[in-house]
Design a protein around this ligand. Structure first.
Ligand code: ASP
Length: 623
């Protein structure tokens, strides 16, 4: 039998402020909370009393309870009080349907002020107030009292609870890994912590528990998960913070399909438990090869709540022999050079003003394109725009067809090398999708992107950098490609077969955000050493960086793979937010400050002494 849940009643309250209903009328109750609002009608004072669970109306009548009335006279917003009295049905017509407790009120016999409060720097009780974010962060504890923050932190708590439940049910073991470790590279800068006991040395805070979770697989844990704090010293954006939370997991004796199947099952269950009212757009989740995602959406985290896909205009601009024949020099030269002419169609935007077009052109230049060609589709199908006159009627028709464009649409075209054309149009797509409000805000469009390239060529260092993490496995059929043209792993060049190898790397995306990513790992020691070698690590560097893992792999590593999902991002998207700060209790600003605690701050001289440290070259201070 499950034990009774521990009661919310305490010496300060018999009920919470969200509990009382019509059924309770005629009984006595005591509540405790904050004064949300106070309305003074002379002999009658109304107090809306608030705690995390809700709001209850308290009435204090000078005739019935003169002492209580005297106290109620003194209270101000955000005072902490406890009130005892009788629950009564509200007068007919006075019920408040918006409040769960709106059928009743508490007629106070006693009002006790537990603590006074200064006038808050912003309205805690007004959900629509616009409040400067730095003020919210400085007084975060007051901000957290606000309804929206409460709702988001509760959702986040439900999210993590559901994550734990689904993992436990699937045989996962929750294991904590340390934060003072050695560098685990995930492509960002490490935060380091100087050691006092071993002067001159540092720990690194984990960018992720990657190596440790793989070592847990060598340790036979079989299935591990952790709600793990990760630390990455990188420039901050809306979806990044220097410390953030990942759902980190790893599984043994799995292939790609097993990990993806578990994650999909877990994501669906967790979504249903956390945000049951939000529709999931497509189940099973769509799966894209990396190349396909880039071709169709110009992104490896495609937003799928609307179409507006990228298309290739080459067939429309070439003759029967495949020779460029558009009549517009820029297109023809681009195609002749083996590059791309690609477009997207903005529905209903044919009437865009000169200024709007200039602004879009300016934007794609910032994204890295040389320019933007626009063609407005007029009634009858004629294309209008500065370059339309170069295109024959036949070419215009072919372009229109490739674009799937009809009267009133705007065709936007970028001519460039493949990666740039895709990337620029992908970003333009998201920008226009937002402006045209193409996405259903309620929908949750999860999808997979997998089979990323294993490596990308690093010309300055003449090495193959891992595109994700250095431990990602190669798809079995590409294992033979993990070599160089010459066969000597130290003699690397951009033509090496390694450049064509695909990784067993999968990312899960949600509404255009990368929600998570992982891979089946290289679990054979010789193949791992080979991959490290291609990545330019010498034997010594391998030992220095990944020594423990390489050694562990000599003692029998099971085939294994895993993934990590951003808990902050997930909570943000499930709460309709575009900034993860909104789902973090105590986040940092864009410049990495905690405005409430005033961190970072200068260390004490003693601390520096003890650690044998001295700051040199700090701007504004003599070096
Ligand atoms: N460690 C990876 C990351 O933090 C995730 C994984 O491959 O499991 O992005």
């Amino acid at each position: 039998m499950p034990a009774e849940p521990f009661s919310l009643a305490t010496p300060y309250r018999t009920h919470t402020s969200g509990d009382l209903r019509a059924d309770d009328a005629g009984t006595s109750a005591r509540l405790a909370g904050w004064v949300h609002r106070r309305r003074d009608y002379g002999k009658l004072i109304f107090i809306d009393l608030r705690d995390r669970h809700g709001i209850t109306q308290v009435v204090v009548d000078a005739a019935d309870a003169p002492e209580a009335h005297e106290q109620a006279n003194r209270v101000r917003p955000e005072y902490v009080i406890t009130v005892e009295g009788e629950v009564a049905l509200r007068e007919p017509g006075q019920e408040n349907a918006k409040l769960a407790t709106g059928a009743v009120e508490l007629q106070a016999r006693t009002v006790t002020i537990l603590n006074e409060a200064k006038t808050p720097p912003f309205y805690v009780n007004d959900p629509d107030a616009t409040i400067d974010e730095s003020l919210r962060l400085k007084y975060r504890y007051l901000d957290i009292r606000r309804e929206q923050m409460q709702r988001r932190l509760l959702l986040r708590s439900r999210l993590v609870q559901a994550i734990r439940e689904v993992h436990h049910a699937a045989g996962f073991v929750e294991v904590e890994t340390p934060n003072l470790i050695k560098s685990t590279p995930e492509g960002a800068r490490d935060f380091i912590v100087p050691s006092r006991l071993q002067p001159g040395t540092v720990y690194a805070l984990p960018q992720s528990p990657q190596q440790l979770k793989q070592l847990l697989m060598v340790g036979g844990i079989d299935r591990y998960f952790q709600i793990a704090r990760c630390f990455r010293d990188e420039d901050l954006r809306g979806d990044r913070q220097p410390e953030f939370t990942q759902l980190d997991l790893e599984m043994s004796f799995v292939d790609e399909a097993t990990v993806m199947a578990f994650i999909e099952h877990m994501v669906i269950d967790v979504t249903k438990a956390t945000a049951p009212e939000r529709p999931i757009r497509e189940v099973p989740f769509p799966v894209f090869e990396y190349e396909e995602a880039m071709e169709r959406f110009g992104s490896d985290k495609p937003e799928l709540r609307y179409a507006m896909e990228l298309y290739d205009l080459a067939p429309a601009l070439t003759d029967a022999d495949g020779a460029p024949a558009s009549g517009f020099r820029v297109f023809d030269e681009t195609l002749a050079a083996g590059n791309r002419v690609k477009g997207i169609t903005a529905p209903g935007m044919a009437g865009a003003t000169r200024r709007e077009i200039d602004e879009l052109t300016e934007m794609v230049r910032r994204f890295g394109a040389k320019g933007l060609v626009h063609l407005a589709v007029h009634p009858g199908g004629e294309l209008h725009g500065p370059i339309a006159k170069f295109l024959s009627a036949g070419t215009q028709a072919a372009v229109r067809e490739a674009a799937g464009a009809s009267d009133g649409d705007l065709i936007l075209v970028v001519a460039d090398v493949s990666d740039t054309a895709n990337d620029v149009l992908g970003r333009l797509r998201v920008e226009l999708g937002g402006r045209l409000a193409l996405a259903d805000p309620d929908e949750l469009a999860y999808c997979w992107v997998h089979h990323f390239p294993m490596y990308q060529w690093d010309e300055p260092f003449k090495r193959w950098d891992a595109t994700h993490n250095p431990f990602s496995g190669v798809v079995p059929e590409d294992e033979v490609l993990l070599t160089t043209a010459s066969g000597d792993l130290d003699d690397r060049s951009p033509e090496d077969p390694a450049g064509r190898a695909k990784a067993m790397q999968y990312d899960v995306a949600l509404n255009g955000w990368e929600l998570g990513g992982g891979s089946v790992r290289i679990w054979k020691p010789d193949l791992l050493a080979r991959s490290f070698n291609l990545q330019g690590y010498t034997r010594d560097q391998m030992r220095e960086r990944f020594g423990a893992m390489l050694e562990a792999f000599e003692y029998g590593a099971p085939p294994h793979g895993g993934i990590a999902l951003g808990v902050d991002r997930w909570a943000a998207l499930l709460s309709y937010q575009t900034n993860i700060r909104e789902v973090m209790a105590f986040p940092k600003t864009q410049s990495g400050s905690d405005l409430m605690l005033e961190a970072p701050s200068a260390p004490d001289e003693d601390q520096l002494q003890e650690l044998g440290l001295r700051f040199v070259g700090v701007p504004g201070k003599p070096g």
